[in-house]
Design a protein around this ligand. Structure first.
Ligand SMILES: Nc1ncnc2c1ncn2[C@@H]1O[C@H](COP(=O)(O)OP(=O)(O)OP(=O)(O)O)[C@@H](O)[C@H]1O
Length: 226
């Protein structure tokens, strides 16, 4: 998918979270790194239409995230920093079914799509569980199934390996690496984006670097002073 920022700026009241940004993204994997508060989540929220630019525009394959809000939103999936908060129904299977059901698909088709999504992320065995019965990594995968069942063009991850042990981290990394969809991955876990062709470094609400992972990580280390 072609994501275009055209002088897109985001302010929260007086606070400037993202300075006017002009950028075109079409790579299958895009990493986003930077210090706390540098503007990474603000950038991601603009892509997903969860925040509206206070000036400028963001378009997804030509659809404006404000003027064409619904169609643009349908192209994106967002996995939040705490995916437990986005699983809203009490049973995982019901939650994954929510999207296809809301599209008015027949029950048999809903069931088929849910089975397919659970199988795809190897969590069929978790279908009958409640969110609080899942580990952090399993929650990420359940949220991913619930997002991908709606066939987004791009999936945005906000620190997907935060607080995961090595085993769950590997499982989530494997799921992201295997995605056919485009992925925008915000991460403080630099290994996660280390082989991405394009990594953006944000600093104080500005794009400080845009390029291959190795050079981006070096720039980030310079900024962080370590
Ligand atoms: N809802 C909000 N209201 C006011 N200010 C906000 C809001 N959300 C973010 N900010 C501010 O905007 C700036 C950028 O925040 P953002 O969440 O985009 O940073 P980040 O790089 O994702 O940080 P982190 O790595 O800590 O998640 C910060 O100064 C933050 O305090």
């Amino acid at each position: 998918m072609h994501i275009i920022f055209n002088q897109a700026e985001l302010r929260y009241g007086e606070r400037l979270a993202l300075r006017a940004l002009t950028l075109s993204l079409s790579e299958p994997r895009i990493g986003v790194i930077g210090l706390n508060g540098s503007g990474k989540t603000s950038f991601a929220r603009l892509i997903a239409g969860l925040a509206k630019p206070t000036s400028g525009t963001v378009t997804l394959d030509g659809l404006d995230t404000v003027a064409d809000e619904k169609a643009a939103r349908a192209k994106t999936g967002f996995i939040f920093q705490n995916p437990g908060h986005q699983i809203i129904l009490p049973i995982i299977r019901e939650d994954v079914a929510l999207g296809p059901k809301s599209r008015g698909l027949p029950a048999s088709e809903v069931e088929r799509l849910v089975d397919e999504a659970l199988l795809r992320f190897r969590i069929s065995d978790l279908a009958a569980r409640r969110p609080h019965e899942l580990s952090g990594g399993e929650l990420q995968l359940a949220a991913l199934a619930a997002v991908c069942v709606n066939r987004p063009d791009v999936v945005i991850f906000d620190e997907p390996t935060n607080q995961l042990d090595l085993k769950n981290r590997a499982r989530v990394k494997g799921a992201i690496d295997g995605l056919g969809e485009q992925a925008v991955v915000i991460s403080h876990d630099l290994d996660l984006v280390a082989d991405y062709g394009r990594v953006l470094v944000f600093h104080e609400g500005e794009l400080a670097f845009d390029g291959p992972a190795e050079a981006a990580i070096s720039r980030y280390r310079e900024i962080a002073g370590c």
